[in-house]
Design a binder for this molecule. Structure first.
Ligand code: CTP
Ligand code: MG
Length: 385
């Protein structure tokens, strides 16, 4: 298994911004600048761990910015970016990852698709960096006077994250400790190693000057997602058997749930809630029980297909709230395995999934122990509307 760590640099002072505190802690539409990229890395399924390099003087700001996130203790940075990156890399030695992505915490808009491109491109090369060809004319200016025009042919501007084989980038940092480089990949080039480019992203800006923060806020305001909510409800009756399947988890029981598929009433209600939130029909329409191909099938397939559909309409699940209604089996000890299983199937963080259970005080069909009902509320964010 290849292990990949993301190292987010956030020990800078942000002197060009002239704010009261460093720019990585400035508010960007309800979230500090730093939190945006850290969350993107934490949510990425091929990144194993995320480490932040910070300035110890920012401890409170850091704790506030990362509250509730699954992060290890931050690493103390140095007085230059290069030093901070080196300290970060040295601190990773005990984890000895195969690959490391080094990112500027001042770039909040790094996208999952760019991270994917970088991860996919680290072969037959020692590093991969995102870049964009320069389109404007370049001139060297001194004291407001043009000294010369520089031909822009073959010139690219380079962003982060940059991906490396861990041991090579650490070695480069150790070798060039006394020389200044403006990014990590420049050291590898100097060492004669190969650095490849993938297409960067114009939106992946680095917050550097005060107007960058304003522009970033405007960009986000312009794309505030549309929030839609859907509900799902499903019931399956008990039949002969020795286990039920709820949220993809097998629970030993004296009955099973009847159904055309595996009877996973919880997943069915989630599927309906998501379809409801995007007004795209219901489970019976997408996976008719008259079709043989769905017979005895794992309900996980329904959910995976609906997640794909959701993606094609620009939607993202931001929260799920399930209520499982039955006398028995007892749900409580399966709650966390269920949340984990759903988080894996749907590729969403486990914290966004709530699973509750209730009885109906002996009343009605669930009270008589005839079956299980599940209701779900799904909250969806749509960004491509
Ligand atoms: N950085 C760091 N340690 C430093 C300097 C910079 O970890 N000693 C980080 C910054 O926090 C930022 C990234 O490196 O996420 C890119 O640096 P830059 O944009 O230059 O940020 P600052 O150094 O904070 O800003 P300024 O140069 O205006 O002071
Ligand atoms: Mg700087």
């Amino acid at each position: 298994m290849v292990t990949t760590i993301a190292l987010v640099l956030a020990a800078g002072r942000g002197s060009r911004m002239q704010l009261d505190s460093p720019k990585q802690y400035a508010d960007l539409c309800g979230k500090p600048v730093l939190r945006w990229s850290v969350e993107t890395f934490l949510e990425h399924q091929h990144i194993d761990r995320v480490f932040v390099v910070y300035h110890p003087a920012d401890r409170l700001l850091y704790e506030n910015a990362t509250a509730g996130l699954a992060l290890p203790n931050p690493i103390s940075g140095g007085s230059t970016r290069q030093e901070s990156a080196k300290r970060g890399l040295e601190a990773l030695a005990i984890h000895n990852p195969d690959r490391v992505l080094i990112h500027d915490g001042a770039r909040p808009f790094v996208k999952t698709s760019l991270i994917n491109d970088l991860l996919d491109s680290l072969f037959n090369t020692n590093a991969v960096v995102p870049g964009l060809p320069i389109v404007d004319t370049l001139k060297r200016v001194i004291d407001s006077e043009v000294e010369e025009t520089i031909t822009r042919d073959n010139l690219w501007r380079i962003q982060t994250p940059q991906i490396f084989n861990y041991s090579e980038v650490l070695e480069a940092h150790r070798t060039f400790i006394d020389q200044h480089f403006s990014d990590d990949s420049a050291m590898l080039e100097t060492a004669g190693l190969k650095v490849k480019i993938v297409e960067g992203d114009v939106e992946n800006i680095k917050i550097t000057q005060a107007n960058d923060l304003l522009a970033a806020r405007e960009k986000l305001m312009g794309t505030t997602p549309l929030i839609q909510v859907g509900t799902g409800f499903d019931v399956h009756r008990f039949g002969k058997g020795d286990h039920v399947i709820l949220c993809g988890v097998k629970i030993p029981f004296q009955f099973s749930l009847e159904g055309h598929s595996d009877g996973d009433v919880a997943i069915h209600s989630v599927v309906d809630a998501i379809l409801g939130a995007i007004s795209m029909g219901d489970i019976g329409q997408h996976f008719p029980s008259t079709e043989d191909k769905w017979k005895n099938c794992n309900s996980k397939l329904f959910l995976e297909q609906v997640m794909e559909l959701l993606q094609t309409v620009g939607g993202k699940v931001i929260h799920l709230d399930l209520t499982i209604i039955c006398n028995a089996p007892n749900i409580s000890k399966f709650r966390n395995p269920m949340r984990t299983q759903m988080s894996e199937i749907m590729d969403i963080p486990v914290e966004t999934i709530s699973i509750k259970a209730t009885t109906t005080d002996g009343l009605g069909f669930t009270g008589r122990g005839e079956g299980i009902a599940v209701q779900t509320v799904a909250t969806i964010a749509l960004t491509n509307f």
